[in-house]
Write a protein that binds this ligand. Structure first.
Ligand SMILES: Cc1cc2nc3c(=O)[nH]c(=O)nc-3n(C[C@H](O)[C@H](O)[C@H](O)COP(=O)(O)OP(=O)(O)OC[C@H]3O[C@@H](n4cnc5c(N)ncnc54)[C@H](O)[C@@H]3O)c2cc1C
Ligand code: FES
Length: 256
């Protein structure tokens, strides 16, 4: 698939290092799907949709820093929507988000509410200044927020909020965030693995199922094509939470 050109229509600051970029194209994505964003002359990187025409980006390195220098009217390239997104099931759902990983869950929660589902959200952030989309989530239903430094809500990691909830009350659980945060939650809630859909990251190059860069050990699941949403029971049998491969294919630690 060749990239299409798109103009950034609006840039909104969400938190100290997080911005939302609204594009001039509604690509009709499913929540959990992603696009490959081509920042010309720099890199092409994967980004989840935070709305039908938007992405929400944390500045972490060369490509995202270059994007943060772009304003409304700038042109980028897009390939997408790509991959398998979340599947809405049941009547009562729980969203568990960590940091910028909360963004695709806000989009999912809005889809779920429009279909009449009851939505509860558990969101973890480093600190009060890092909270994003609080109003979007509060418009959906009950929201629990944790902060690592205790500056807002429940003190501790997202898993600290689990004891306020009975996971048996939910038909389906959706999770997205840093790998170690997701691992912490899914390894504590193994009995709910089959009904937990996790949106995960691996190093994407082709985003077309060809190069093997994003494959998960041991079964070789191509995260770019068969994911990025994968059920937790499958992740618990994989490399997830133990190691991940970088741009050269070498195994490295799971950070975050
Ligand atoms: C399916 C998917 C959805 C994502 N959605 C979002 C999102 O909604 N918002 C957001 O802020 N970030 C998202 N990311 C992560 C985002 O792609 C990286 O933060 C970005 O590529 C960093 O690029 P950089 O040049 O700024 O940083 P670099 O300094 O190049 O890299 C910093 C880190 O970003 C990751 N990264 C870099 N290049 C890639 C790549 N090609 N594929 C995967 N990871 C990479 C690596 O872990 C790397 O260590 C997503 C990643 C994936 C795989
Ligand atoms: S990124 Fe090439 S197979 Fe997934």
């Amino acid at each position: 698939m060749r990239p299409v050109s798109s103009i950034i229509e609006e840039v909104r600051s969400e938190a100290r290092l997080i911005r939302t970029f609204r594009l001039d194209r509604d690509l009709d994505p499913k929540p959990g799907q992603y696009l490959m964003l081509w920042i010309r002359g720099v890199d092409e990187i994967p980004m989840s949709f935070s709305g039908p025409d938007s992405i929400t980006v944390q500045s972490v390195g060369q490509a995202t820093e270059a994007l943060f220098k772009m304003g409304a009217g700038s042109s980028v390239g897009l390939r997408g929507p790509l991959g398998n997104g979340f599947t809405l099931k049941g009547e009562r759902i729980l969203l568990i988000g960590g940091g910028v990983g909360s963004a695709p869950l806000a989009f999912l929660g809005e889809k779920a509410r429009s279909k009449g589902l009851t939505v509860t959200s558990l969101l973890g952030f480093r600190s009060k200044e890092d909270i994003i989309f609080q109003e979007r989530f509060e418009a959906l239903g009950q929201v629990l927020i944790t902060t690592d430094d205790g500056s807002y809500g429940i003190a501790g990691r997202a898993s600290a909020g689990l004891k306020e909830l009975s996971l048996f009350d939910f038909d389906q659980i959706y999770i997205c965030g840093p790998e170690m945060m997701m691992w912490d939650v899914i390894s504590r809630t193994r009995e709910h693995g089959a009904k937990t859909q996790a949106c995960i990251n691996r190093y994407f190059k082709c985003a077309a199922g060809i190069c093997g860069s994003c494959c998960l050990d041991p079964d070789g699941t191509r995260v770019c094509l068969e994911g990025p949403v994968i059920t937790a029971d499958r992740l618990l049998e994989s490399e997830f939470g133990r190691y991940r491969r970088g741009p050269t294919g070498e195994k490295g630690p799971c950070r975050g």
